[in-house]
Structure formats: C-alpha cells, structure tokens
Design a protein around this ligand. Structure first.
Ligand code: FMN
Length: 168
C-alpha cells in the first residue's frame, strides 16, 4: 500500500496528540504526518489515502490554517481517493456545535470526489446538534479530550483498525 497522508491543524496541541497516536497505530513508515500550516494543495496529490483532522473552534468553525486552505482544497480532483476524518470537540461546553469541523471537512473532501471512510457510532456521546452527524452516524472519529479523555486511546485504536480495512 502507498503511504497515507495525515493532515491536521491544532490550536492547543490536543489534535496533534491524536495525530501522534494514529501515526503510532499505522507505523511511521506507513504514514506522513503534516501540520496543515506546512501543506499546499500539491501535497495532497501525492496520496491516494488521506487522514485529516481538525478541532472545532468559535462555535462550529474550523481552526486557523484549515479555514485558510479550504478555498484551495475545494478545487482539487480527488476522485477515487479515500479520506478518513477525525475531529476534536467539547460536548459539554459546545453541545450545539459539537465537533462540527468533521462535517465541514467531509463536505469539502467529498465535493472533490473523495470517498469517505471511517464512520462511527455516536453512542456514548451527549450533545444536541452536530454537523458531523449523518444518517445517525459520525462521519469520522470524534474525540473529546475535555470530557472523555479516558476513552480516547481505545476509540483511536479501534478506528485505526477499522480504517486500515476500509483503506484497502
Ligand atoms: C474558544 C473555544 C471555542 C470552542 N468551540 C467549540 C465548538 O464550537 N465545538 C466543539 O465541539 N468544541 C469547541 N471547542 C473545544 C475544542 O475543540 C477542544 O478543546 C479541542 O480539543 C481543542 O483541540 P486543539 O487544541 O487541537 O485545537 C472550543 C474551545 C474553545 C477554547
């Protein structure tokens, strides 16, 4: 299998913590981890399989650098490529915009023709609304380090097993 590209943005390093765990699950030789502030549109074309990650900020927005790159990313042709999305949020403080960033990224990458993999169950989370929810499933992996940090490693591990299969 060709290398996977993992692109992420973080503000307080929580998303980078998750990115490191995912890198460990795949093995450093199988994955390139790229902070989004160092990425350009061309960097995406080098991969057939992507993992992308973002926390949610300011009541449902993507964090800095993702939002700046989005107009460029919307013009990519990713037909036939697969993307798995993870995102961080806080379900207690932001129950109406919980992990919205995942839904925003899904819309962009699917708009480019990519196939979304790595959907998970919302069971075990308490919230009111989220753009990450689709057909009663998360369209990615949701991690809440503010309230459910003890569940994070297990959720990450299980998701990596799932997407390894779905990336085949
Ligand atoms: C000012 C502020 C706004 C936030 N807005 C949201 C939000 O709208 N939805 C959500 O799920 N989480 C929200 N969060 C929680 C962050 O997404 C969460 O703490 C995340 O783990 C931060 O990850 P990062 O440090 O990698 O950026 C917010 C946090 C802060 C401090």
């Amino acid at each position: 299998m060709k290398k996977i590209g993992l692109f992420y943005a973080t503000k307080t390093e929580k998303t980078s913590w998750v990115a490191e765990k995912i890198e460990k699950e795949f093995g450093k030789d199988k994955i390139d981890v790229v902070p989004i502030e160092q990425a350009w549109q061309n960097d995406f074309s080098a991969y057939d399989r992507f993992i992308v990650g973002a926390s949610t900020w300011y009541d449902g927005e993507l964090p800095t650098y993702w939002d700046e790159l989005i107009p460029e990313l919307r013009t990519m042709d990713l037909k036939g490529k697969k993307v798995a999305i993870f995102g961080l949020g806080d379900q207690v403080r932001y129950p109406e915009n919980f992990a919205d960033g995942i839904g925003l990224l899904a819309e962009v990458f699917e708009g480019d023709g990519a196939i979304l993999v790595g959907c998970t169950s919302p069971e075990g989370y308490t919230f009111e609304r989220s753009r990450a929810l689709r057909d009663s499933k998360w369209c990615g992996l949701v991690i809440d380090l503010d309230n459910q940090s003890e569940q994070a490693e297990k959720r990450i591990k299980e998701w990596c097993v799932q997407i390894k299969e779905e990336f085949k």
